[in-house]
Design a protein around this ligand. Structure first.
Ligand code: NDP
Length: 441
Protein backbone atom coordinates (compact mmCIF):
# COMPACT_ATOMS: atom_id res chain seq x y z
CA UNK A 1 0.00 0.00 0.00
CA UNK A 2 1.44 3.43 -0.95
CA UNK A 3 1.86 5.95 1.88
CA UNK A 4 -0.93 8.17 0.46
CA UNK A 5 -3.29 5.19 0.16
CA UNK A 6 -2.54 4.38 3.81
CA UNK A 7 -3.29 7.99 4.84
CA UNK A 8 -6.51 7.95 2.81
CA UNK A 9 -7.64 4.60 4.24
CA UNK A 10 -7.02 5.84 7.77
CA UNK A 11 -8.95 9.11 7.33
CA UNK A 12 -11.89 7.31 5.66
CA UNK A 13 -11.99 4.81 8.54
CA UNK A 14 -11.95 7.63 11.12
CA UNK A 15 -14.62 9.86 9.54
CA UNK A 16 -17.04 7.64 7.57
CA UNK A 17 -19.86 9.96 8.71
CA UNK A 18 -18.25 13.05 7.11
CA UNK A 19 -18.53 12.43 3.34
CA UNK A 20 -18.13 16.06 2.26
CA UNK A 21 -14.93 16.49 4.25
CA UNK A 22 -13.64 13.20 2.81
CA UNK A 23 -14.50 14.41 -0.70
CA UNK A 24 -12.32 17.51 -0.18
CA UNK A 25 -9.50 15.37 1.26
CA UNK A 26 -9.67 12.85 -1.62
CA UNK A 27 -9.46 15.64 -4.18
CA UNK A 28 -6.33 17.08 -2.54
CA UNK A 29 -4.59 13.74 -1.91
CA UNK A 30 -5.13 12.66 -5.53
CA UNK A 31 -3.01 15.56 -6.77
CA UNK A 32 -0.46 15.54 -3.95
CA UNK A 33 0.35 11.81 -4.28
CA UNK A 34 2.24 11.95 -7.63
CA UNK A 35 4.07 15.14 -6.58
CA UNK A 36 5.24 13.57 -3.31
CA UNK A 37 6.36 10.42 -5.12
CA UNK A 38 8.20 12.41 -7.80
CA UNK A 39 10.08 14.32 -5.08
CA UNK A 40 10.98 11.13 -3.16
CA UNK A 41 9.11 12.38 -0.08
CA UNK A 42 10.36 11.07 3.27
CA UNK A 43 8.28 9.31 5.92
CA UNK A 44 8.30 12.58 7.87
CA UNK A 45 6.81 14.39 4.83
CA UNK A 46 4.00 11.85 4.58
CA UNK A 47 3.38 12.04 8.32
CA UNK A 48 3.06 15.82 8.01
CA UNK A 49 0.48 15.40 5.23
CA UNK A 50 -1.46 13.04 7.51
CA UNK A 51 -1.32 15.63 10.32
CA UNK A 52 -2.57 18.35 7.96
CA UNK A 53 -5.86 16.42 7.65
CA UNK A 54 -6.68 16.78 11.35
CA UNK A 55 -8.09 20.07 12.64
CA UNK A 56 -6.11 21.61 15.49
CA UNK A 57 -9.39 22.24 17.31
CA UNK A 58 -13.10 21.55 16.72
CA UNK A 59 -15.31 23.74 18.88
CA UNK A 60 -19.04 23.24 19.14
CA UNK A 61 -21.43 25.11 21.39
CA UNK A 62 -25.10 25.69 22.12
CA UNK A 63 -26.60 29.02 21.04
CA UNK A 64 -29.76 30.05 22.91
CA UNK A 65 -31.69 32.95 21.45
CA UNK A 66 -35.16 34.44 21.68
CA UNK A 67 -37.62 34.58 18.76
CA UNK A 68 -40.18 37.35 18.21
CA UNK A 69 -42.80 35.49 20.23
CA UNK A 70 -40.43 35.55 23.20
CA UNK A 71 -39.86 31.81 22.99
CA UNK A 72 -36.32 30.54 23.57
CA UNK A 73 -34.79 28.65 20.64
CA UNK A 74 -31.48 26.86 20.37
CA UNK A 75 -29.07 25.97 17.60
CA UNK A 76 -25.61 24.43 17.32
CA UNK A 77 -22.65 26.76 16.76
CA UNK A 78 -19.23 25.65 15.51
CA UNK A 79 -15.73 26.92 14.93
CA UNK A 80 -13.25 24.62 13.22
CA UNK A 81 -9.71 25.90 13.90
CA UNK A 82 -8.04 23.79 11.27
CA UNK A 83 -4.46 24.92 10.79
CA UNK A 84 -2.56 27.90 12.18
CA UNK A 85 0.90 27.23 10.72
CA UNK A 86 0.83 30.36 8.56
CA UNK A 87 -1.04 32.71 10.90
CA UNK A 88 -4.27 33.17 12.87
CA UNK A 89 -7.16 30.92 11.81
CA UNK A 90 -9.10 32.75 9.12
CA UNK A 91 -12.32 31.79 7.39
CA UNK A 92 -15.99 32.65 7.26
CA UNK A 93 -19.06 31.83 9.31
CA UNK A 94 -21.96 30.12 7.52
CA UNK A 95 -25.54 30.33 8.83
CA UNK A 96 -27.67 27.81 6.98
CA UNK A 97 -29.96 24.93 7.93
CA UNK A 98 -27.58 22.56 6.08
CA UNK A 99 -24.58 23.34 8.34
CA UNK A 100 -22.97 20.34 10.05
CA UNK A 101 -19.50 19.57 11.37
CA UNK A 102 -18.89 17.70 8.09
CA UNK A 103 -19.66 20.77 5.94
CA UNK A 104 -17.55 23.09 8.09
CA UNK A 105 -14.62 20.67 8.14
CA UNK A 106 -14.64 20.53 4.34
CA UNK A 107 -14.77 24.33 4.18
CA UNK A 108 -12.04 24.73 6.83
CA UNK A 109 -9.80 22.24 5.04
CA UNK A 110 -10.19 24.05 1.69
CA UNK A 111 -9.53 27.35 3.46
CA UNK A 112 -6.02 26.25 4.53
CA UNK A 113 -4.92 25.93 0.89
CA UNK A 114 -6.80 29.05 -0.25
CA UNK A 115 -5.26 31.22 2.44
CA UNK A 116 -1.80 29.82 1.74
CA UNK A 117 -2.20 30.67 -1.95
CA UNK A 118 -2.88 34.35 -1.17
CA UNK A 119 0.67 34.63 0.15
CA UNK A 120 -0.68 36.38 3.27
CA UNK A 121 0.05 35.20 6.85
CA UNK A 122 -3.30 33.45 7.37
CA UNK A 123 -4.13 30.05 8.84
CA UNK A 124 -7.33 28.20 7.91
CA UNK A 125 -10.62 27.89 9.78
CA UNK A 126 -14.36 27.98 9.31
CA UNK A 127 -17.45 28.16 11.46
CA UNK A 128 -21.16 28.77 11.58
CA UNK A 129 -24.44 27.38 12.72
CA UNK A 130 -27.42 25.35 11.56
CA UNK A 131 -29.50 28.48 12.28
CA UNK A 132 -31.69 29.12 9.23
CA UNK A 133 -31.88 32.88 8.56
CA UNK A 134 -34.66 32.40 5.95
CA UNK A 135 -37.89 34.03 7.03
CA UNK A 136 -36.41 35.43 10.26
CA UNK A 137 -37.14 39.01 11.27
CA UNK A 138 -34.43 41.64 11.68
CA UNK A 139 -34.85 41.34 15.44
CA UNK A 140 -34.43 37.55 15.38
CA UNK A 141 -31.29 37.80 13.24
CA UNK A 142 -29.79 40.30 15.68
CA UNK A 143 -30.81 38.20 18.65
CA UNK A 144 -29.18 35.12 17.14
CA UNK A 145 -25.97 36.94 16.13
CA UNK A 146 -25.55 38.38 19.61
CA UNK A 147 -26.20 35.01 21.26
CA UNK A 148 -23.75 33.31 18.88
CA UNK A 149 -21.01 35.79 19.84
CA UNK A 150 -21.56 35.31 23.58
CA UNK A 151 -20.17 31.80 23.01
CA UNK A 152 -17.72 32.44 20.14
CA UNK A 153 -15.89 35.41 21.69
CA UNK A 154 -13.82 33.27 24.06
CA UNK A 155 -12.31 31.31 21.15
CA UNK A 156 -11.31 34.20 18.84
CA UNK A 157 -8.89 37.15 18.89
CA UNK A 158 -6.91 39.32 16.48
CA UNK A 159 -3.87 37.03 16.75
CA UNK A 160 -5.86 33.84 17.34
CA UNK A 161 -8.81 33.52 14.99
CA UNK A 162 -10.47 36.17 12.81
CA UNK A 163 -13.83 35.04 11.36
CA UNK A 164 -15.62 36.64 8.38
CA UNK A 165 -18.87 36.06 6.45
CA UNK A 166 -20.02 33.22 4.22
CA UNK A 167 -23.43 31.95 3.15
CA UNK A 168 -26.14 33.65 5.23
CA UNK A 169 -23.64 36.00 6.88
CA UNK A 170 -23.06 39.42 5.33
CA UNK A 171 -22.13 42.89 6.56
CA UNK A 172 -25.28 43.17 8.69
CA UNK A 173 -24.63 39.95 10.64
CA UNK A 174 -20.91 40.75 11.03
CA UNK A 175 -21.91 44.15 12.46
CA UNK A 176 -24.24 42.59 15.04
CA UNK A 177 -21.59 40.05 16.09
CA UNK A 178 -18.89 42.75 16.32
CA UNK A 179 -21.24 44.86 18.44
CA UNK A 180 -21.64 42.03 20.95
CA UNK A 181 -17.89 41.30 20.95
CA UNK A 182 -17.09 44.95 21.73
CA UNK A 183 -19.61 45.00 24.58
CA UNK A 184 -18.09 41.86 26.10
CA UNK A 185 -14.36 42.63 25.80
CA UNK A 186 -14.49 46.46 25.87
CA UNK A 187 -11.92 46.71 23.05
CA UNK A 188 -12.12 48.10 19.52
CA UNK A 189 -10.16 45.62 17.48
CA UNK A 190 -10.49 43.99 14.08
CA UNK A 191 -11.46 40.54 15.33
CA UNK A 192 -13.81 40.01 12.37
CA UNK A 193 -13.53 41.02 8.73
CA UNK A 194 -16.26 41.91 6.28
CA UNK A 195 -17.36 44.80 8.51
CA UNK A 196 -19.03 47.91 7.17
CA UNK A 197 -16.29 50.52 6.46
CA UNK A 198 -17.92 52.79 9.08
CA UNK A 199 -17.03 50.26 11.82
CA UNK A 200 -13.56 49.36 10.56
CA UNK A 201 -14.25 47.37 7.39
CA UNK A 202 -12.27 47.60 4.17
CA UNK A 203 -13.61 49.31 1.10
CA UNK A 204 -13.97 46.69 -1.63
CA UNK A 205 -14.40 43.69 0.71
CA UNK A 206 -18.07 43.15 -0.24
CA UNK A 207 -17.19 42.90 -3.92
CA UNK A 208 -13.81 41.20 -3.49
CA UNK A 209 -14.72 37.53 -3.97
CA UNK A 210 -16.70 38.13 -7.16
CA UNK A 211 -14.17 40.59 -8.58
CA UNK A 212 -11.35 38.17 -7.81
CA UNK A 213 -13.20 35.36 -9.61
CA UNK A 214 -13.38 37.49 -12.77
CA UNK A 215 -9.73 38.61 -12.53
CA UNK A 216 -8.76 34.95 -12.23
CA UNK A 217 -10.91 34.06 -15.27
CA UNK A 218 -9.16 36.78 -17.27
CA UNK A 219 -5.76 35.36 -16.31
CA UNK A 220 -6.91 31.88 -17.42
CA UNK A 221 -8.21 33.19 -20.75
CA UNK A 222 -5.00 35.13 -21.38
CA UNK A 223 -3.17 31.79 -21.52
CA UNK A 224 -5.20 30.99 -24.66
CA UNK A 225 -4.98 34.50 -26.11
CA UNK A 226 -8.66 35.13 -25.33
CA UNK A 227 -10.67 37.57 -23.22
CA UNK A 228 -14.17 37.98 -21.78
CA UNK A 229 -15.51 40.44 -24.35
CA UNK A 230 -18.64 38.94 -25.94
CA UNK A 231 -18.16 35.62 -24.12
CA UNK A 232 -21.40 33.99 -22.96
CA UNK A 233 -21.47 33.00 -19.30
CA UNK A 234 -23.72 30.93 -17.06
CA UNK A 235 -23.57 32.02 -13.41
CA UNK A 236 -25.33 30.25 -10.53
CA UNK A 237 -26.39 31.84 -7.24
CA UNK A 238 -27.79 35.26 -6.47
CA UNK A 239 -25.93 36.00 -3.25
CA UNK A 240 -22.78 37.98 -2.53
CA UNK A 241 -20.37 36.05 -4.75
CA UNK A 242 -22.75 35.66 -7.69
CA UNK A 243 -23.84 39.31 -7.64
CA UNK A 244 -20.34 40.74 -7.84
CA UNK A 245 -19.11 38.11 -10.28
CA UNK A 246 -22.00 39.03 -12.58
CA UNK A 247 -21.51 42.78 -12.19
CA UNK A 248 -17.80 42.51 -13.00
CA UNK A 249 -18.43 40.11 -15.92
CA UNK A 250 -20.87 42.64 -17.40
CA UNK A 251 -18.33 45.43 -16.87
CA UNK A 252 -15.76 43.35 -18.78
CA UNK A 253 -18.14 42.89 -21.74
CA UNK A 254 -19.25 39.30 -21.10
CA UNK A 255 -22.83 38.21 -21.88
CA UNK A 256 -24.25 36.82 -18.62
CA UNK A 257 -27.18 34.52 -19.37
CA UNK A 258 -28.28 33.29 -15.93
CA UNK A 259 -28.40 33.70 -12.16
CA UNK A 260 -30.05 31.21 -9.79
CA UNK A 261 -31.26 30.38 -6.30
CA UNK A 262 -32.39 27.21 -4.49
CA UNK A 263 -35.62 27.02 -6.48
CA UNK A 264 -34.46 27.68 -10.04
CA UNK A 265 -32.76 30.11 -12.39
CA UNK A 266 -33.49 33.20 -14.43
CA UNK A 267 -32.46 33.29 -18.07
CA UNK A 268 -31.98 36.20 -20.45
CA UNK A 269 -30.62 35.10 -23.85
CA UNK A 270 -29.40 38.61 -24.79
CA UNK A 271 -27.50 38.91 -21.53
CA UNK A 272 -28.32 40.61 -18.22
CA UNK A 273 -27.75 44.36 -17.95
CA UNK A 274 -26.57 46.27 -14.90
CA UNK A 275 -30.15 47.45 -14.37
CA UNK A 276 -31.45 43.85 -14.56
CA UNK A 277 -28.97 42.90 -11.82
CA UNK A 278 -30.14 45.86 -9.69
CA UNK A 279 -33.74 44.61 -10.01
CA UNK A 280 -32.76 40.99 -9.27
CA UNK A 281 -30.74 41.92 -6.19
CA UNK A 282 -33.39 44.34 -4.85
CA UNK A 283 -35.88 41.48 -5.14
CA UNK A 284 -33.55 38.93 -3.45
CA UNK A 285 -32.62 41.40 -0.71
CA UNK A 286 -36.24 41.52 0.43
CA UNK A 287 -35.92 37.78 1.14
CA UNK A 288 -37.93 36.78 -1.95
CA UNK A 289 -37.21 33.91 -4.33
CA UNK A 290 -36.34 34.37 -8.00
CA UNK A 291 -39.55 32.47 -8.82
CA UNK A 292 -41.61 35.53 -7.88
CA UNK A 293 -39.51 38.05 -9.81
CA UNK A 294 -41.32 39.77 -12.66
CA UNK A 295 -38.91 41.70 -14.85
CA UNK A 296 -39.08 42.37 -18.58
CA UNK A 297 -37.01 40.03 -20.76
CA UNK A 298 -36.22 37.63 -17.92
CA UNK A 299 -37.62 34.14 -17.94
CA UNK A 300 -37.69 31.86 -14.86
CA UNK A 301 -37.16 28.11 -14.94
CA UNK A 302 -37.04 25.58 -12.12
CA UNK A 303 -33.94 23.40 -11.64
CA UNK A 304 -30.34 24.27 -12.50
CA UNK A 305 -28.98 25.77 -15.74
CA UNK A 306 -26.01 23.42 -16.34
CA UNK A 307 -27.58 21.06 -18.86
CA UNK A 308 -30.01 23.48 -20.48
CA UNK A 309 -28.15 26.74 -21.08
CA UNK A 310 -25.25 26.59 -23.53
CA UNK A 311 -22.38 29.00 -22.85
CA UNK A 312 -18.64 29.38 -23.27
CA UNK A 313 -17.89 30.07 -19.60
CA UNK A 314 -19.43 28.63 -16.41
CA UNK A 315 -19.22 30.27 -12.99
CA UNK A 316 -20.83 28.14 -10.24
CA UNK A 317 -21.23 30.65 -7.37
CA UNK A 318 -23.92 29.08 -5.15
CA UNK A 319 -22.89 26.03 -3.12
CA UNK A 320 -20.93 22.76 -2.87
CA UNK A 321 -21.62 19.88 -5.26
CA UNK A 322 -23.99 21.87 -7.45
CA UNK A 323 -22.44 20.41 -10.65
CA UNK A 324 -22.81 16.64 -11.03
CA UNK A 325 -20.89 14.29 -13.32
CA UNK A 326 -23.84 14.33 -15.77
CA UNK A 327 -23.85 18.15 -15.78
CA UNK A 328 -20.09 18.22 -16.44
CA UNK A 329 -20.47 15.87 -19.43
CA UNK A 330 -22.86 18.39 -21.04
CA UNK A 331 -20.73 21.40 -20.07
CA UNK A 332 -17.63 19.70 -21.53
CA UNK A 333 -19.25 19.78 -24.98
CA UNK A 334 -19.00 23.55 -25.32
CA UNK A 335 -17.12 25.16 -22.41
CA UNK A 336 -13.99 27.23 -22.85
CA UNK A 337 -13.53 27.52 -19.12
CA UNK A 338 -15.13 26.78 -15.74
CA UNK A 339 -14.29 29.03 -12.79
CA UNK A 340 -15.52 28.21 -9.29
CA UNK A 341 -16.92 31.11 -7.28
CA UNK A 342 -18.40 28.78 -4.66
CA UNK A 343 -16.38 26.32 -2.58
CA UNK A 344 -16.21 22.84 -4.17
CA UNK A 345 -19.25 23.34 -6.46
CA UNK A 346 -18.09 20.44 -8.66
CA UNK A 347 -18.29 16.89 -7.34
CA UNK A 348 -15.01 15.00 -7.82
CA UNK A 349 -16.43 13.01 -10.76
CA UNK A 350 -17.30 16.31 -12.52
CA UNK A 351 -13.73 17.51 -12.01
CA UNK A 352 -12.46 14.30 -13.65
CA UNK A 353 -14.78 14.81 -16.64
CA UNK A 354 -13.44 18.33 -17.26
CA UNK A 355 -9.87 17.15 -16.73
CA UNK A 356 -10.30 14.38 -19.29
CA UNK A 357 -11.75 16.91 -21.76
CA UNK A 358 -8.79 19.27 -21.06
CA UNK A 359 -11.11 22.15 -20.23
CA UNK A 360 -9.39 24.72 -18.01
CA UNK A 361 -11.28 24.79 -14.72
CA UNK A 362 -10.24 26.59 -11.56
CA UNK A 363 -10.97 25.37 -8.02
CA UNK A 364 -12.56 27.81 -5.60
CA UNK A 365 -9.50 27.64 -3.35
CA UNK A 366 -7.67 29.56 -6.12
CA UNK A 367 -10.35 31.51 -7.98
CA UNK A 368 -12.49 32.67 -5.04
CA UNK A 369 -9.53 33.56 -2.80
CA UNK A 370 -10.10 37.28 -3.45
CA UNK A 371 -12.54 37.49 -0.54
CA UNK A 372 -10.16 36.19 2.08
CA UNK A 373 -7.32 38.13 0.48
CA UNK A 374 -9.14 41.42 1.03
CA UNK A 375 -10.07 40.21 4.52
CA UNK A 376 -6.31 39.90 5.08
CA UNK A 377 -5.93 43.48 3.82
CA UNK A 378 -8.73 44.53 6.21
CA UNK A 379 -6.71 43.01 9.08
CA UNK A 380 -3.66 45.02 7.94
CA UNK A 381 -5.72 48.23 7.83
CA UNK A 382 -7.18 47.55 11.30
CA UNK A 383 -3.73 46.81 12.75
CA UNK A 384 -2.35 50.00 11.18
CA UNK A 385 -5.40 52.04 12.29
CA UNK A 386 -5.55 53.50 8.79
CA UNK A 387 -8.08 52.77 6.05
CA UNK A 388 -6.90 52.38 2.48
CA UNK A 389 -8.56 53.82 -0.61
CA UNK A 390 -10.81 51.58 -2.70
CA UNK A 391 -8.29 51.89 -5.56
CA UNK A 392 -5.42 50.64 -3.40
CA UNK A 393 -7.46 47.64 -2.18
CA UNK A 394 -8.62 46.74 -5.70
CA UNK A 395 -5.11 47.00 -7.11
CA UNK A 396 -3.71 44.72 -4.36
CA UNK A 397 -6.56 42.28 -5.05
CA UNK A 398 -5.66 42.17 -8.76
CA UNK A 399 -2.02 41.55 -7.90
CA UNK A 400 -2.90 38.72 -5.50
CA UNK A 401 -5.18 37.01 -8.05
CA UNK A 402 -2.37 37.25 -10.65
CA UNK A 403 0.06 35.75 -8.15
CA UNK A 404 -2.29 32.85 -7.41
CA UNK A 405 -2.62 32.21 -11.14
CA UNK A 406 1.17 32.19 -11.49
CA UNK A 407 1.44 29.67 -8.61
CA UNK A 408 -1.17 27.40 -10.25
CA UNK A 409 0.72 27.60 -13.54
CA UNK A 410 4.06 26.88 -11.87
CA UNK A 411 2.81 23.72 -10.16
CA UNK A 412 0.06 22.63 -12.53
CA UNK A 413 1.42 22.87 -16.06
CA UNK A 414 0.72 19.71 -18.09
CA UNK A 415 1.32 18.85 -21.76
CA UNK A 416 -2.29 19.84 -22.53
CA UNK A 417 -2.44 23.08 -20.51
CA UNK A 418 -2.75 24.04 -16.85
CA UNK A 419 -4.29 21.64 -14.33
CA UNK A 420 -5.48 24.33 -11.91
CA UNK A 421 -6.58 21.84 -9.24
CA UNK A 422 -3.15 20.27 -9.17
CA UNK A 423 -1.40 23.66 -9.25
CA UNK A 424 -3.53 25.09 -6.42
CA UNK A 425 -3.20 22.02 -4.20
CA UNK A 426 0.55 21.67 -4.62
CA UNK A 427 1.19 25.43 -4.42
CA UNK A 428 -0.92 25.79 -1.26
CA UNK A 429 0.31 22.58 0.40
CA UNK A 430 3.98 23.42 -0.17
CA UNK A 431 3.66 26.64 1.83
CA UNK A 432 1.68 25.12 4.70
CA UNK A 433 3.77 21.96 4.99
CA UNK A 434 7.02 23.98 4.97
CA UNK A 435 5.63 26.22 7.75
CA UNK A 436 4.59 23.16 9.77
CA UNK A 437 8.10 21.75 9.41
CA UNK A 438 9.70 24.99 10.61
CA UNK A 439 7.36 25.02 13.63
CA UNK A 440 8.42 21.49 14.51
CA UNK A 441 4.97 20.10 13.68
P1 NDP B 1 -25.01 33.92 -0.05
O1 NDP B 1 -25.72 33.39 1.11
O2 NDP B 1 -24.86 35.38 -0.21
O3 NDP B 1 -25.66 33.34 -1.41
C1 NDP B 1 -25.76 31.96 -1.64
C2 NDP B 1 -26.50 31.74 -2.93
O4 NDP B 1 -26.45 30.35 -3.25
C3 NDP B 1 -27.98 32.12 -2.84
O5 NDP B 1 -28.43 32.59 -4.07
C4 NDP B 1 -28.62 30.78 -2.47
O6 NDP B 1 -29.98 30.66 -2.87
C5 NDP B 1 -27.78 29.83 -3.30
N1 NDP B 1 -27.79 28.49 -2.70
C6 NDP B 1 -27.49 28.15 -1.43
N2 NDP B 1 -27.66 26.83 -1.24
C7 NDP B 1 -28.09 26.35 -2.42
C8 NDP B 1 -28.43 25.03 -2.85
N3 NDP B 1 -28.37 23.99 -2.03
N4 NDP B 1 -28.82 24.89 -4.16
C9 NDP B 1 -28.90 25.95 -5.00
N5 NDP B 1 -28.58 27.21 -4.63
C10 NDP B 1 -28.18 27.40 -3.37
O7 NDP B 1 -23.55 33.21 -0.03
P2 NDP B 1 -22.22 33.67 -0.73
O8 NDP B 1 -22.50 34.26 -2.06
O9 NDP B 1 -21.41 34.41 0.26
O10 NDP B 1 -21.48 32.26 -0.92
C11 NDP B 1 -21.68 31.44 -2.07
C12 NDP B 1 -20.56 30.44 -2.17
O11 NDP B 1 -19.30 31.13 -2.26
C13 NDP B 1 -20.41 29.48 -0.98
O12 NDP B 1 -19.90 28.25 -1.46
C14 NDP B 1 -19.34 30.17 -0.13
O13 NDP B 1 -18.66 29.26 0.73
C15 NDP B 1 -18.42 30.69 -1.23
N6 NDP B 1 -17.54 31.77 -0.86
C16 NDP B 1 -18.03 32.94 -0.32
C17 NDP B 1 -17.17 33.98 -0.04
C18 NDP B 1 -17.65 35.31 0.42
O14 NDP B 1 -16.81 36.26 0.52
N7 NDP B 1 -18.93 35.50 0.70
C19 NDP B 1 -15.70 33.83 -0.19
C20 NDP B 1 -15.30 32.61 -0.84
C21 NDP B 1 -16.19 31.62 -1.12
P3 NDP B 1 -31.16 31.30 -1.97
O15 NDP B 1 -31.16 32.75 -2.32
O16 NDP B 1 -32.38 30.58 -2.41
O17 NDP B 1 -30.80 31.07 -0.54
Amino acid sequence: MSPITAISTQIHATYPHQPTFLQAVDEVLATLAPALEANSASNADYARVARLLSPERVISFKVIWSDDAGTLQHNIGYRIQFNSALGPYKGGLRFDASVTEDILKFLGFEQIFKNALTGLPLGGGKGGSDFNPKGKSENEIRSFCRAFMTELYRHIGIDVDVPAGDMGVGGREIGYMMGMYKQIVNRSEGVMTGKDPLIGGSLGRTEATGHGVVYFAEAMLREAGKNLVGMTAVVSGSGNVAEHTVRMLIAKGAVVLTMSDRGGYIHKPEGLTESDVNAIMSHKNTGSDLATLTHEGIEYRTGAPWQTVVAEAYFPCATQNEISEADAKVIANHATLVVEGANMPLCNEAVSVLNAAHIPHAPGKASNAGGVAVSGLEMAQNAGHYPWTRERVESELMEIMERIHTTCKEHGTESWGIDYFKGANIGGAKRVLAAMEKLGW
